[in-house]
Design a protein around this ligand. Sequence first.
Ligand code: 8DG
Ligand code: MG
Length: 142
Amino acid sequence: METPRVGVGVFVVKERSVLLGRRRSSIGNSTFALPGGHLEFGESFEECGAREVKEETGLELEKEKMELLTVTNNVFRDPPEPRHYVVVFLRSAVADPNQSPENTEPEKCDGWDWYRWDDLPSPLFPPLQEMVNNGFDPFSSE
Ligand code: 8DG
Ligand code: MG
């Protein structure tokens, strides 16, 4: 029996834009999602978020300024891989605003780019689309 897992997603922000990439994955293939991944044993949410962003994009985050935004409970029922994730969302700026994202895991992503929050690409990863539909705004606490 599968058990729920913990995911961490990071809103890497720059002015009014967030970093998104098209997933290559059995879950949400070809949809635009945040960088992120699975919490490893012993990690803090912030350590996990910074590690995943570094692994997936090469970007260094401003670690001391990472903020906890929200938590969602996501059940992906579709075969071949039904999954249940509790996902913790963080927000962070990049340490060096001149550093550009790189597609360091091209088998997992088509490439990263900045998208304005009021002009997001389509299709979004369904759990991200649902957050948008619910009125979630990663900039509202600024
Ligand atoms: P890892 O093996 O490198 O640890 O993980 P990954 O392969 O990078 O995992 P992931 O699929 O990117 O993220 C884990 C789960 O988090 C994902 O399957 C579903 C959940 N998740 C959401 N929303 C988002 C999102 O916007 N981005 C990412 N990356 N994951 C998300 O519910
Ligand atoms: Mg990932």
